[in-house]
Design a protein around this ligand. Structure first.
Ligand code: NZQ
Ligand code: ZN
Length: 386
C-alpha cells in the first residue's frame, strides 16, 4: 500500500423512498434559496421532479430552476449555471440526475464563488478551489459514482478537451434505486460498464502486488458483472439495480483507491474521444479496454492472471501465467459483446483516422498505468479499436 489520506465523504441516504427522510433532516440545515439543477427533462417524466419540488415547497424554500444540462456537460453550461446562482443569491445547489448533472453542479459551485474563469484557474494558474456553494445530490442514474467524490468531468468545446476538474463534494447524496428503473436499458448497461471500468482502472493501477484495496475491488467487479447479467435478464429486478447503484458509488468513493495510484488511461482516451465526438462514456470505454489491455498486460502479467482467475473464474491449470492473463482480457471482451456494448469504435460511427490522431496527441498520459504509453502507442491502440 502507498501512503494515503482518507477524505470526507458525503452523507449517503440509500434505499427505496429515502428522499422524504433525507429531506426532512437535511433541508433544515441549508439556506432558503435553493437551485434545483437537472438534465433534459427525464426527471419530469419520471415524477422525481414533482417529489423534490413538493418537499422543497413544504420546507418553504425559494426555488430557482436550472435545466438542460447535457450528457458530457460543457464549461459554457457551468458558467451559465454559475450566473444564475450569483444573480439569485443561491445558498444551496441541488443536483437531480446522473453523472452529467452532478458534475456540472460541482463546477457551478466553484464558478459561482469566483469571477475568474475556473478553467484558467485550475489548468493555467494551477489553483485548486477552496470556496464552494454547498450542494446535495438526488441520484437518478448510476454508473459514474460522481455522487460520492469531488471530481467533475467537463468539456471545453473550443479547446476540444474533456477532462477531470476539482469541484465541490456534496453534503449529502440520496440514492434511491427505484429512480433508476426508468433509465433506458442501453444507459443502464453503459453506466454499469463505467463502474466496472472504474474498478479495473483502479485495480490495474500501481502498486500491482496483492493488497486489501484490490481484494475489496475484486468483490465489486464480481458483483457488478453478476448484476449486469441479472438486470439484462430482468430489467425490473430492483435488487440488481440496488446492487449496481452501490457498486457504482463504491467504485468511485475513494475506498478502492486507498493506497493506490489509479491507472485511468482508458478513461483519459475515452474522454478525448468524447471531446471530439460527444460519444457515450460507457460505450467508449467498452470499445477501448480490451485492446488497451492487450498492449499493457505483459507489464503486469501476474495481476492480469489473478484478474482472470478471481473475476472471470478461469482456472485452467495447463495455462501459463501469460496465457491466463490473456484469457482474462478475452473474457472481458466476450462479456462486452454478450451485454451488447460496442466492441469497436466503428460500431459507434467513429472512423476518421485524422481525428483519432488528434485524439491520441491530445490525450493525457497516465502515470499509474502498468506500462506508461506514448501518444504514438495510443494512436496504435485507437486504430486497433476501429
Ligand atoms: O438529461 P436527462 O433527461 O435527465 O436524461 C438522462 C441522460 O439522457 C438520462 N437519465 C438519467 N436519469 C434517468 C434518465 N432517464 C430516465 N430515467 C432516469 N431516472 O440518462 C442519460 C445519461 O445521463 P448522464 O448523467 O449523462 O449519464 P452518466 O451518469 O453516465 O454520466 C456521464 C458523465 O459523467 C462523466 C462522464 O464522462 C460523462 O460526462 N463521468 C464522471 C465521473 C465522476 N465525476 O466521477 C467519472 C466517470 O468516469 C465519468 O467520466
Ligand atoms: Zn467513467
Amino acid at each position: 500500500m502507498e501512503k494515503f489520506i482518507m477524505d470526507d465523504m458525503p452523507k449517503v441516504y440509500f434505499g427505496e423512498g429515502v428522499l422524504n427522510e433525507a429531506f426532512t433532516y437535511e433541508l433544515k440545515s441549508i439556506g432558503d434559496n435553493v437551485m434545483i439543477a437537472y438534465g433534459g427533462g427525464s426527471i419530469k417524466r419520471t415524477g422525481v421532479y414533482d417529489k423534490v419540488i413538493s418537499l422543497l415547497k413544504k420546507a418553504n424554500k425559494n426555488i430557482t430552476e436550472f435545466s438542460g444540462i447535457m450528457p458530457n456537460p460543457t464549461l459554457k453550461k457551468v458558467q451559465e449555471g454559475a450566473e444564475l446562482v450569483k444573480n439569485n443569491q443561491i445558498d444551496f445547489i441541488l443536483a437531480v440526475g446522473g453523472g452529467s448533472v452532478i458534475d456540472c453542479c460541482k463546477m457551478i459551485s466553484v464558478q459561482a464563488k469566483t469571477d475568474k474563469d475556473i478553467w484558467v484557474m485550475q489548468f493555467i494558474d494551477k489553483n485548486m478551489p477552496t470556496d464552494f456553494v454547498p450542494m446535495g445530490v438526488v441520484l437518478t442514474a448510476s454508473g459514474t459514482g460522481s455522487e460520492m467524490n469531488n471530481g467533475a468531468v467537463i468539456t471545453h468545446e473550443e479547446l476540444k478537451i474533456k477532462t477531470g476538474m476539482r469541484g465541490a463534494l456534496a453534503k449529502f447524496a440520496i440514492l434511491d434505486p427505484t429512480y433508476t428503473l426508468t433509465v433506458p436499458m442501453k444507459q443502464v448497461i453503459s453506466g454499469a460498464f463505467d463502474t466496472l471500468s472504474h474498478a479495473m482502472e483502479t485495480y490495474f493501477g500501481k502498486p500491482l502486488n496483492d493488497n486489501v484495496s484490490d481484494e475489496i475491488n475484486e468483490a465489486i467487479m464480481c458483483n457488478t458483472i453478476r448484476n449486469i447479467r441479472k438486470v439484462i435478464e430482468n430489467p425490473k429486478n430492483l435488487e440488481a439495480r440496488s446492487e449496481l447503484m452501490w457498486d457504482s458509488a463504491m467504485a468511485e468513493n475513494g475506498i478502492l483507491k486507498l493506497g493506490k495510484t489509479g491507472d485511468f488511461q482508458a478513461h483519459f482516451i475515452e474522454h478525448q474521444i468524447g471531446a471530439f465526438t460527444d460519444c457515450n462514456h460507457g460505450q467508449g470505454l467498452a470499445a477501448i479496454h480490451p485492446n488497451m489491455y492487450k498492449h499493457i498486460y505483459k507489464n503486469a502479467v501476474n495481476k492480469f492472471a489473478r484478474f482472470a482467475q478471481v473475476v472471470w473464474k478461469i482456472n485452467d491449470e495447463l495455462l501459463s501465467q501469460e496465457e491466463l492473463a490473456l484469457a482474462g482480457i478475452n473474457a472481458l471482451a466476450e462479456f462486452i459483446q454478450e451485454i451488447g456494448l460496442p466492441t469497436s469504435l466503428t460500431e459507434m460511427g467513429i472512423t476518421d483516422k485524422n481525428m483519432l490522431k488528434e485524439i491520441a496527441d491530445s490525450c493525457t498520459i497516465s502515470i499509474g498505468c502498468a506500462k506508461q504509453l506514448t501518444h504514438e502507442e495510443i494512436y496504435t491502440i485507437l486504430i486497433e479499436c476501429l
